[in-house]
Design a protein around this ligand. Structure first.
Ligand code: C2E
Ligand code: CA
Ligand code: CA
Length: 671
């Protein structure tokens, strides 16, 4: 900027200097020309004057000679005649010399004339010598001899006068020419100066315009630079700083806190259910949610904090010393959690989101930004794991858990590949005739070190680490293979995780495995939890429709624990509802549970859906459920989940036709 301004002001200065030089040169030239002209004119004039003087002198000497001769004739020869003649001769010689001296100053033509006159003067001088030598002999003759020279002398005089006049004319001609030259020069110089001034003016105007354009360009660039810097620093949607700035500011805050012996809190906030908002209402609604979250965080954490959007639906806050010194490090994060759990209205839709929040404290949980962020991240992960919407402060134990979690992830990956994750089968009984009608397939992991693990030990890990699809495929393949060993009327019910509904082509993938195994799709039931389908009804409807179209039936799992609306129940057209075991287990002891079970059964029957009661542990519950019209039961009363061999042994021998005797084994534990 400074450089350009310097260039910009250099223009006029240079022009002024140029003009001064031009004017100085012109004036100098004028003075020089004037001076040179003066010299020439004055020299010409000098020559002319000298010639006039010479003419005058000659006239005078010629007159002297003439008077002398007249005197001689009148008075007779006098003694001083020779002296006077000698003087005359001497002066003529001087005149000749003077003329010779002036000759070089004359124009070439006049120079030749002058030479001729000098020769004449010489002759005249010689004539005077003759006169002087002959004066005593015969005066009259001498005078007569002198006559032609006298006549010559007249012409010499005329000539000298003419040359003088020519010299004067020359001088005035020179003066006139010089005057014209000077006028011309003045005109040329004035013209040149005017042209230079005009060009300078144009140049200056252009330079000023260019300068204005440049400064405008620079102004625009500096605005653009500022905007780019702002963009590089902040998230354009929320105006919050980005991760890079946040980390840099953390470093500075840590340095200040370390000098002052203060504490700092780092808070990581991960939204729950944000993807659902985006998927259901579109990105415009997602943007509104993110903006609203940033405003709420600003409000809760206050001006003494630095809030950043780290990316997607992840936010961070740095709570500076002084703001929360006397408070529990979780009090502000908890307030933030409450604020974020408040619903917001978007185009007449009520949007519910939440957040899982983790916090770490400097210098207790780390001394560097990355350590503190890592600790807050682990705490946030723990908050999410424990309960979505939770708030956790970092503790070293969490790190160990996280480590263990990672290890489990790696082991699970190997376990799935090695066939360690296998299907277990829990029988499902038809109440009307107490017949075995199928099995729910439940995953078990035969862990090489830890023994047999239930889904609670690895299901979340599989979901979080993206291994749930591989696990589902492995179990489904095995279950289909096992089903081929069972009587054909026995069905298998496979669980799929809520997040699997989001997988593209999930239905096609399940159908392909089932068909590939050679098992009839109508022997397969897919169990999906209430919350999973209700979170994104549109996607669920598409997936379920594809599955149903291929002959697979759909069961709504854990019914009663979620928030299904009647309209969605109808829209999604489930084949079966599974009453959650929490109601079934308290059925005989809690009036509320019984009323709820009654309502669910009534609802299912009215929608023409089958009903399976889960968690049937005793005969009283089984009897009550059967009387209430519940179609199927599943629970420890009928059998715990068992491996394929055990399951097959229970239903052995398999009669290929006629009544299924295999269920007798199950009946033995039934009423
Ligand atoms: P769920 O789908 O509700 O499965 C029923 C759970 O209740 C099973 O627990 C079963 O062992 C247990 N159960 C059955 N009858 C009784 C009873 O009478 N009393 C008691 N106390 N419990 C009973 P499990 O096998 O531990 O499975 C837990 C959950 O893990 C399942 O709940 C299901 O949501 C999930 N899960 C199991 N296997 C898979 C799988 O292959 N894929 C997916 N995505 N989820 C699975
Ligand atoms: Ca289930
Ligand atoms: Ca269930």
């Amino acid at each position: 900027m400074a450089l350009v301004r310097a260039r910009y002001v250099a223009g006029p200065k240079a022009v002024i200097v140029l003009l001064v030089i031009a004017v100085a040169l012109c004036l100098g030239t004028l003075i020089y020309v004037q001076h040179a002209t003066n010299l020439i004119v004055s020299r010409d004039m000098q020559t002319a004057v000298s010639l006039s003087e010479i003419a005058g002198q000659f006239d005078h000497e010629d007159g002297n000679l003439y008077r002398l001769l007249v005197d001689e004739a009148a008075n007779g020869r006098t003694s001083d005649s020779s002296i006077r003649l000698a003087a005359i001769q001497q002066r003529i010689a001087n005149i000749s010399a003077d003329l010779s001296a002036q000759r070089d100053m004359l124009a070439p033509k006049e120079r030749a004339n002058a030479s001729r006159i000098i020769a004449e003067l010489h002759k005249y001088s010689e004539a005077v010598t003759v006169v002087s030598s002959m004066l005593e002999i015969n005066f009259t003759t001498t005078v007569a001899m002198l006559r032609p020279f006298r006549e010559n002398a007249d012409s010499v005089l005329v000539e000298i006068k003419r040359i003088a006049a020519a010299g004067i004319k020359d001088a005035s001609g020179h003066a006139e020419a010089a005057a014209w030259r000077t006028r011309l020069l003045v005109a040329v110089v004035t013209g040149a100066v005017l042209i230079v001034a005009g060009l300078s003016y144009v140049w200056l105007t252009l330079a000023a315009e260019r300068g204005r354009q440049l400064s405008e360009e620079i102004r625009r660039r500096s605005i653009a630079e500022k905007e780019a810097l702002q963009l590089a620093r902040t998230d354009s949607l929320t105006g919050l700083v980005n991760r890079r700035v946040f980390t840099a500011e953390m470093e500075a805050a840590i340095a200040a806190a370390s000098d002052a012996g203060d504490q700092l809190s780092v808070v990581l906030i991960d939204l729950d259910g944000f993807k659902g908002v985006n998927d259901t209402y579109g990105h415009a609604a997602g943007d509104v949610v993110l903006t609203s979250v940033s405003e709420r965080l600003r409000f809760v954490f206050g001006p003494n904090s630095l809030i950043a959007r780290l990316g997607g639906d992840e936010f961070a806050a740095l709570l500076l010393a002084g703001e929360h010194d006397n408070e529990n490090p979780l009090s502000l994060p908890r307030r933030a959690s409450q604020a974020l759990h408040q619903s917001l209205i978007w185009r007449n839709n009520t949007i519910e989101i939440g957040a899982s929040i983790g916090a770490s404290v400097y210098p207790i949980h780390g001394k560097r930004p990355d350590e503190l962020l890592h600790a807050a991240d682990i705490a946030m992960y723990e908050a999410k794991r424990a309960r979505e919407g939770g708030v956790c402060l970092f503790s070293p134990r969490m790190e160990e858990d996280r480590f263990e979690q990672r290890r489990l992830e790696e082991e699970l990956s190997v376990g799935i590949a090695n066939g360690e994750v296998v299907p277990y089968y829990q029988p499902i009984i038809r109440f009307i005739d107490n017949q075995l009608c199928g099995f729910e397939v439940l995953a078990r992991w035969q862990h090489p070190r830890r023994g047999l693990l239930g889904p609670e030990a690895f299901l979340r890990v599989a979901e979080k680490s993206g291994q749930i699809t591989d696990m589902t495929k492995a179990i489904l393949r095995q279950a289909c293979a096992d089903a081929l060993l069972m009587p054909e009327h026995l069905r298998i019910a496979i669980n799929i995780s809520p997040i699997q509904l989001e997988e593209p082509q999930i239905a096609e993938m399940l159908i392909a495995i089932i068909r590939g195994a050679g098992i009839a799709p109508n022997r397969v039931e897919i169990e999906i939890t209430e919350d999973a389908v209700m979170d994104d009804v549109v996607t669920a409807e598409r997936v379920l429709q594809t599955l149903r179209a291929s002959g697979i039936s759909i069961a709504l799992d854990d019914f009663g624990t979620g928030y299904s609306s009647l309209s969605n129940l109808r829209r999604l057209r489930f084949d079966k509802i599974k009453i959650d075991q929490s109601f079934v287990r308290s059925l005989t002891t809690s009036i509320e549970s019984e009323k709820l079970v009654d309502a669910i059964i009534g609802l299912a029957l009215s929608f023409d859906m089958k009903i399976t009661a889960e968690g049937v542990e005793d005969e009283a519950a089984a009897g009550l459920l059967a009387r209430k019209g519940c179609t199927q039961g599943q629970g420890w009363l009928f059998g715990k989940p068992a491996c394929i061999n055990e399951t097959l042994s229970l239903i052995e021998p398999v009669p290929r036709t006629g009544t299924d005797q295999s269920v007798a084994n199950f009946f033995s534990i039934c009423v």
